[in-house]
Design a protein around this ligand. Structure first.
Ligand SMILES: [Fe+2]
Ligand SMILES: [Fe+2]
Length: 219
């Protein structure tokens, strides 16, 4: 069975990850490299594990998490779709069976808020894991004066925690935002559609989604 470790060891895949992150840097986007991918992989795995899904499903979520942004090596536009097709090529070459392949690539294809939907539990876990990674350390622009709204929002986030409560069936995202850098309104300006998608994803996993910013419950 293909594992996350097998995927990480594949130097061919690794080139796509490094190049994709490099191209996003050229376009002025935040960090989408190993930090983001490892975090999304482990968060997606944890979400399913804590909610009692099988170990194998959690492993598939980790693999989808690690590969979800690989389409950026082709183009930022529709990178979910292109990434799914790349992942199909990589993972079928590694011998992943069809049922698992479909699960992983449909999750990758559905992770972007413009067109994504939680079509299965792996997709739902990936959506929540990806959208919860908002943090200061992702900003690559060294010049505060030229920050765009994405830089500002990410830079303003000092702490971001995701907690899963399997008893209460809640997934809670808790943020500490420096409101001198970014008012909470500005966070919502770009994150409203993402939070709506997170709520749908949490609901798919039979959970409520909660959002707490600076101690106030907003969702
Ligand atoms: Fe993405
Ligand atoms: Fe991502």
């Amino acid at each position: 069975m293909v594992t996350l470790e097998d995927v990480k060891r594949n130097s061919f895949i690794d080139s796509f990850i490094r190049k994709g992150n490099e191209y996003l840097g050229v376009l002025g986007f935040t960090e989408h490299g190993y930090r983001h991918l490892n975090l999304v992989a482990s968060t997606a795995r944890q979400i399913l594990t804590q909610l009692g899904y099988s170990q194998r499903e959690a492993e598939l979520a980790a693999i989808a998490g690690y590969l979800h942004d690989i389409g950026n090596a082709i183009s930022r536009n529709d990178h979910g779709i292109s990434g799914a097709l790349l992942a199909f090529y990589f993972l079928s070459g590694m011998g992943m069976p069809a049922e698992e392949l479909v699960t992983v690539i449909s999750a990758i294809a559905n992770h972007e808020e413009q067109y994504g939907q939680p079509v299965n539990s792996v997709a739902a876990a990936l959506i929540v894991a990806d959208k919860s990674d908002v943090h200061r350390s992702r900003v690559r622009n060294p010049d505060f004066a030229t920050f765009d709204i994405h830089d500002r929002v990410n830079y303003a986030v000092e702490h971001a925690f995701l907690t899963v409560n399997s008893g209460k069936r809640t997934i809670t995202m808790e943020l500490v935002i420096d409101i001198n850098i970014c008012p909470v309104m500005e966070y919502f300006e770009i994150f409203l559609t993402r939070m709506a998608l997170c709520r749908r994803a949490a609901n798919f996993l039979n959970c409520d989604f909660e959002l707490i910013i600076n101690g106030s419950r907003l969702l």
